[in-house]
Design a protein around this ligand. Structure first.
Ligand code: GTP
Length: 340
């Protein structure tokens, strides 16, 4: 009844300012009432923290081994909260060491300067070994002189989001048919390899593998057998490479391999091994052959990874073209251009 009267008054009030003043007054009385209820009734506070947070902690800054963590936090990490003694060392033993370092640095900065936020995403080790991602925020509570005496903090579980993110990244970097890294992933890896090469000055080789007369395979045996053959080629390449080589599907029936710390002679040897392994594929009743162009750099004068990649791909392509035009089923190194 009172609410209806108030609504009527608001509706007929021609001054918009009054309307918002009324709103503020009503908002303030409910806010005040809620805050009083939270202060006087722990059940209200428990309801709020259970519904909105995945962890709540309260730390005695003056006595830093004493830290209360709520049950929800320990349950999130797979532990029985009753086993816990509310000591700071209990969470510090489970957080990733790099994230502990980052958290403690932020903690100190926030104590020194209230404007520095204590807010970071950290990794915890679940009892099962799984990584739990947590956004951890906190504020220092200070005495009348501004000296921090307590720290109040909140956790939000971000694990599901982080796992989804990793899955999407993995999908974006993978060729769906062969399950090999795709061109995008190769480019990313090459950027890393470029920086590494600058540091170590080790030779770097690259091979482009192109299946011979693949159109013929599709035309004679059908696309499904063509796909099955490409899958077998990807396995043959992977099995012929060393663990630290990086193989990817470059597109269509072309594959690419980056050979770290590998000079011309060993690069040719690995390319020959790949060619021999492709020749053993039995998805079609005829011998499958490949042409492979290889290039090696020792002292790149390029400024960026992509410039170097463009150069190496152009060189390997030139060698590949030579391999194709001189009869296929061979490995050719770009410098000097001759069949191995
Ligand atoms: N089945 C299948 N075929 C593919 C796929 N990607 C590309 N191809 C086929 O690979 C063939 C490549 O043909 P070309 O570029 O003419 O080369 P090629 O027949 O291998 O001849 P050379 O390279 O000169 O020896 C084309 O017919 C493409 O359709 C794929 O994912 N699956």
């Amino acid at each position: 009844m009172i609410a209806a009267k108030q609504a009527k008054r608001i509706r007929f009030n021609p001054i918009r300012g009054r309307k918002s003043q009324n709103f503020m007054r009503r908002e303030n009385y409910l806010r005040k009432e809620l805050y009083e209820r939270i202060a006087s009734d722990p059940a209200i506070f428990d309801f709020i923290q259970r519904g909105s947070l995945d962890g709540l902690w309260y730390w005695d800054v003056e006595n830093p081994e004493q830290e209360w963590m709520n049950s929800r936090f320990w349950e999130l990490l797979g532990y029985d909260p009753r086993e816990k003694k509310h000591l700071a060392s209990e969470w510090q033993d489970l957080i990733h060491p790099d994230d502990l370092k980052k958290s403690l640095e932020n903690f100190q900065k926030h104590l020194d300067d209230p404007n520095h936020p204590y807010d970071q995403i950290v990794r915890y080790r679940h009892k099962s070994g799984r990584t739990i991602w947590v956004r951890c925020r906190g504020i220092a509570i200070r005495d009348e002189n501004g000296k921090p005496i307590r720290m109040l903090g909140a956790h939000n579980d971000l694990t599901e989001m982080k796992e989804l993110e990793a899955q999407l990244r993995q999908m974006a970097d993978t060729d769906q048919m062969t399950d090999m890294p795709n061109r995008r992933a190769f480019n990313t890896h090459f950027e890393w390899a470029f920086k590494n090469q600058k540091r170590t000055a080790e030779p770097l080789s690259l091979a482009i593998i192109d299946i011979d007369h693949f159109k013929h395979i599709n035309d004679i045996y059908g696309h499904q057998i063509g796909d099955k053959t490409l899958l077998a080629v990807s396995s043959a390449i992977r099995n012929s490479c060393r663990d630290n080589d990086f193989a990817a599907r470059w597109g269509g029936e072309e594959f690419i391999v980056l050979l770290h710390s590998t000079d011309q002679a060993p690069a040719i040897m690995i390319a020959e091994r790949i060619k021999a392994s492709i020749a053993e594929i039995d998805t079609v009743p005829e011998k499958l052959t490949a042409s492979i162009g290889v290039t090696t750099i020792t002292q790149p004068a390029m400024d960026t990874g992509m410039q170097l990649l463009d150069l190496m791909v152009a060189e390997a392509d030139r060698a590949l073209y030579f391999a194709k035009s001189s009869g296929r089923d061979r490995v050719v190194h770009a410098a000097p251009l001759q069949a191995a």
